[in-house]
Design a protein around this ligand. Structure first.
Ligand code: BGC
Length: 499
């Protein structure tokens, strides 16, 4: 009898143990299945974002062809290829004191630059950047420029001791980094706003004229000598320090490029007479588009939900404003397809909750247990506990998105070099020629994405070398300039001074 009880108890314990083991196995199987689903999402996006050197070369060609088309006729390409009427870049001989006003998306800066003709601009003073009250971003051009002119007046009066009198007129370069159709170096009509601005009455108006009117009303003896895109300011500063600088790229929150073109290649504006036989062209490359760009469903959704669908397609794949949100969209998909993050956080659905600096911080987290990744997931996305292997997967997602962006930016740069015959090939029609003598070619570059995100910069350089090959790439130098949109613009005011 006693033995029977023992047997029954033993059997029951074994059954419970077996049951528990089965549950554990079942749990592990389910977890593995969920993990595989998340990995599949990442694998798919990795394949879709593929940027082999062959594909990059197709993007290079497409960029060069579109540049051609944009120069051939107005509206001939999504690349606007805007004339800047800047044909003399500063060379170091400029002298005097000049002002620069740099209108950014939510603030502006004023600078006063003293030039001694010795190739070293001395920045005498820089006003603390002034925030633009939110309501002015959508009000009227008069309100905006009155506000700017008042702040300028305060700055100038502080700097000059006494009020600038009309008799002592000083010159000012105005950095206005939006698409503008320039009629001369100091006048231009706003085509459309980008970034956060939406001052409707301003579109179609002469931008420097609006500023000049506000300056006159405030009794300021400042003349707008040059209207300058930030890329053009970057090129000016780059060229001032290094005469081999032929192009400039801005790659930060948004992106754009400009370069020095032969006037006879600007077919849409025949008969342009310039002493240098060249002119800086503002490409507005953020709007570049080609079927060769590796586009994913995440890009398609991001574009459809943006305030400017079908515009700025290249910018939406490569600039700092969007990389974080592409990553967020991928994580959202992972969380919908699997339970690797536990319960779905409502934060996953919040557009732009992940910024590009956060992506950089996760991507470059070199702590053994990815502390920074865990922190961002917890603090920003409100997922308190994430296993290490999931954190590693997050790093992978950041890598895929950033790598694609950097490599496409590199292809864009080579596209410009190809258009001007500095890529070691015979230009847009010719094949690669090994006997071609390659000239030293400098591209000035600015923007947080390039300067502050080390891995982005490394991927970009790596791709540039892959596309060009080592022999050609060694002649191409990417040089970071500092404050082209401030100092570079003051330099352009000097080189286009009426004095
Ligand atoms: C503007 C360009 C500008 C670029 C970088 C883009 O959104 O359209 O004119 O150069 O941003 O600031």
């Amino acid at each position: 009898m006693e033995r029977k009880v023992v047997v029954v108890v033993t059997v029951s314990v074994a059954a419970v143990a077996c049951g528990m083991a089965a549950v554990a196995v079942g749990w592990r199987v389910r977890k593995r299945r969920e993990w595989k689903k998340a990995v599949r999402v990442v694998r798919e996006v990795e394949e879709e974002c593929e940027t082999s050197v062959e594909r990059l070369r197709q993007v290079v060609d497409a960029m060069a062809v579109e540049m051609h088309a944009g120069l051939a006729s107005e509206g001939g390409s999504k690349l606007k290829m805007l004339l800047t009427h800047v044909h003399n870049l500063p060379n170091g001989s400029e002298r005097g004191t000049y002002y620069a006003l740099d209108l950014e998306d939510t603030y502006f800066r004023v600078l006063r630059v003293h030039l001694d003709g010795q190739q070293s601009p001395i920045l005498e003073h820089e006003v603390e950047q002034q925030a633009i009250p939110q309501h002015l971003l959508t009000s009227t051009s008069k309100d905006l420029f009155d506000f700017i002119a008042s702040s300028l007046k305060e700055f100038v009066e502080k700097e000059e001791d006494s009020e600038l009198s009309v008799a002592r007129i000083k010159e000012l370069g105005f950095t206005f980094s939006f698409p503008v159709k320039q009629i001369s170096v100091c006048s231009g009509i706003l085509i459309a706003w980008t970034k956060g601005f939406s001052i409707v009455d301003m579109v179609g108006k002469d931008v420097p004229a609006c500023l000049q009117e506000a300056l006159v009303q405030k009794g300021l003896g400042l003349r707008v000598a040059a209207l300058v895109n930030d890329t053009v300011g970057t090129l000016a500063l780059g060229h001032y320090h290094d005469a081999d600088t032929v192009a400039a790229i801005v790659i930060g929150t948004s992106t754009n490029a400009c370069y020095l073109e032969r006037t006879d290649a600007i077919i849409k504006c025949q008969g342009l007479l310039t002493t240098s036989r060249s002119m800086v062209v503002n490409m507005e490359w953020g709007n570049f588009w080609s079927s060769h760009l590796p586009r994913t469903s995440y890009d398609i959704d991001l574009n459809a939900e943006s305030p400017n669908p079908n515009d700025q397609g290249f910018e939406k794949m490569i600039s700092g404003m969007y990389l974080g949100d592409i990553v967020r969209r991928i994580i959202l998909k992972m969380s919908l397809e699997s339970d690797i993050f536990g319960d779905i956080s409502s934060k996953f659905s919040m557009p732009f909750i992940l910024s590009t600096p956060m992506i950089a911080a996760m991507h470059e987290d070199d702590s053994p247990n990815l502390r920074e990744v865990a922190r961002i997931l917890k603090d920003i996305l409100e997922i308190p506990v994430v296993p290490l292997k999931v954190r590693k997967l997050m790093v992978k997602v950041c890598e895929i998105v950033t790598r694609r962006a950097a490599r496409l930016a590199a292809a864009g740069i080579v596209g410009i070099l190809k258009k001007i015959g500095r890529d070691g090939s015979g230009g847009i029609t010719g094949g690669r020629r090994s006997d071609m003598k390659m000239r030293r070619t400098v591209v000035a570059i600015e923007g947080d994405l390039y300067s502050n995100y080390t891995l982005f910069r490394e991927y970009l350089h790596e791709a540039l070398h892959e596309i060009l090959g080592e022999d050609i790439a060694k002649h191409v130098i990417l040089k970071v300039t500092e404050d082209g949109s401030g100092i570079g613009t003051a330099l352009l005011a000097a080189s286009h001074s009426s004095k």
